[in-house]
Design a protein around this ligand. Structure first.
Ligand code: SF4
Length: 117
């Protein structure tokens, strides 16, 4: 069995205390992880909750880091963004210079503080 990478171990040790202040605490999980046929509007109710969340930047940053570690998209809403929107954000961040990143974040609708693509 392969040893876990140091970056994976660092991710697993990451502080997740922000989740205790999440606006989704106590909400139905299917608002954020819709089941069945996912179409336009499936994420609308969850996004409305995320829009009020005081830790949405931490949530998004956590998901982007985790998706990068696992080299796979996570299901559901994280930081108010769908899997497709997070993929677009990662591409935008990877393809832009440091000075253009704020604009990329704005275009993708991400309210994030500091992200490492
Ligand atoms: S941004 Fe993340 S932590 Fe906040 S409500 Fe949405 S899914 Fe929950």
């Amino acid at each position: 069995m392969n040893e876990p990478s140091s970056s994976l171990l660092a991710f697993l040790a990451r502080d997740r205390s922000f989740m205790r202040r999440a606006a989704c605490e106590g909400e139905a999980s299917d608002l954020f992880f819709p089941t069945g046929q996912i179409g336009r509007g499936s994420y609308g109710p969850g996004k409305a909750v995320c829009a009020t969340c005081p830790v949405s930047s931490d949530c998004l940053s956590y998901a982007l880091e985790g998706e990068s570690e696992s080299a796979a998209s996570w299901p559901g809403l994280w930081g108010g963004l769908t899997p497709t929107e997070r993929r677009s954000l990662r591409r935008a961040l990877a393809g832009t210079s440091e000075s253009a990143r704020p604009m990329a974040r704005e275009r993708t609708g991400a309210a994030v503080g500091s992200l490492d693509a």
